[in-house]
Design a protein around this ligand. Structure first.
Ligand code: BDR
Ligand code: CA
Length: 317
């Protein structure tokens, strides 16, 4: 089992990733979740994470992380609703948050795992950047980071910049420049995995708490913009829905789902349009060793088959 800390800004697609991660514990030893401000404020991403973990019957630590980007003002995403989980309301967990903040939690488990800790980061990279700033030696202690964020081409906040990188570009640069081996599951690849209606219907028919919660979240995603919904499936008026973070999680247990290419990459922090752009040195102009294994292709059908099987098997694997 690979020891992991999962750093998230929960968030609807983060929630799907968390549900899948909890079901993939035969492969992942989840030491903690650390939360960060992004899709919504950190009090909400923390509550959402804790409530999901609790509702599904686990007592994995949830540590509250950074409330704001390093230097920019926090910008939140309206598409996840005011709570971050759309219209899904979960019972409030009676359990408290972990007694360390996000960065200290990362450091704590990096030490405990003696060089073996991996991190899945599916929100702005503020917690990792703070950990690298507070404890520079952590760069030798984290084995690998899988990031949902950035893209080789394109963006969703500006033509060049993806949300997680755009929200905290300064943190993203610290993480990309840290020397820790990175796997980037970028927006250009996650956008290939649009939720297929038959997959949604299949998940709706599964009765276990994991699939039931996933179905509620998918339902919100597919209906979140009832009035302006584009017609995606002919007669059915649904929005396009994507599960960016769940693909990144999937790759931690099923690396074969994507094809990757190695590049030297860094992050633009200054630009107006290019703020948060993840820049790959395609022509090796900088002559630097590759630091990022970037996803370039995904086996879309295999990804959805993996998720459906995981949800169908539920906790009984
Ligand atoms: C990323 O931004 C967030 O809104 C999602 O949770 C995902 O991590 C996609 O750009
Ligand atoms: Ca996210």
């Amino acid at each position: 089992k690979i020891p992991y800390v999962i750093d998230c800004d929960t968030g609807t697609d983060d929630a799907i990733a968390i549900i899948c991660a909890l079901l993939a514990q035969d492969r992942l030893d989840i030491k903690a979740f650390t939360t960060v401000a992004g899709n919504v404020e950190v009090t909400k991403t923390s509550a959402n994470t804790l409530n999901i973990v609790d509702q599904l019957g686990f007592d994995i630590p949830v540590a509250k992380g950074a409330a704001a980007p390093l230097r920019r003002e926090l910008y939140t995403a309206i598409s996840h609703g005011t709570t971050g989980l759309g219209n899904v309301v979960l019972p409030s967990s009676p359990r408290g948050l972990y007694d360390k903040d996000g960065a200290d939690t990362l450091y704590h488990f990096a030490k405990e795992c003696e060089g073996e800790l991996c991190v899945l980061a599916v929100g702005p990279l503020t917690n990792l950047a703070l950990a690298l700033t507070r404890y520079p030696e952590i760069k030798h202690m984290i084995k690998q980071i899988t990031i949902m964020g950035g893209a080789l081409v394109g963006g969703n906040m500006t033509p060049t910049s993806e949300f997680n990188m755009w929200v905290d570009p300064d943190a993203a640069k610290i993480v990309f420049d840290s020397g820790i081996p990175l796997t980037m599951i970028g927006l250009d690849v996650t956008l290939k995995c649009k939720v297929p209606l038959p997959v949604y219907e299949r998940i709706c028919s599964i009765s276990n708490p994991f699939a039931e919660l996933a179905a509620r979240i998918f339902r919100y995603m597919l209906h979140r913009n009832e009035t302006t919904g584009v017609s995606l499936y002919g007669t059915v008026e649904l929005n396009e829905a994507f599960v960016h973070d769940a693909l990144a999680l999937a790759v931690t247990v099923r690396p074969d789902l994507v094809k990757t290419r190695k590049y030297f990459m860094t992050v633009e922090t200054q630009g107006d349009i290019t703020r948060g752009m993840t820049v790959a040195d395609f022509n090796d102009v900088m002559q630097k060793e590759p630091n990022v294994d970037a996803a370039v292709e995904v086996d879309v059908e295999a990804f959805w088959a993996w998720m459906v099987e995981l949800l169908e098997n539920g906790p009984n694997r």
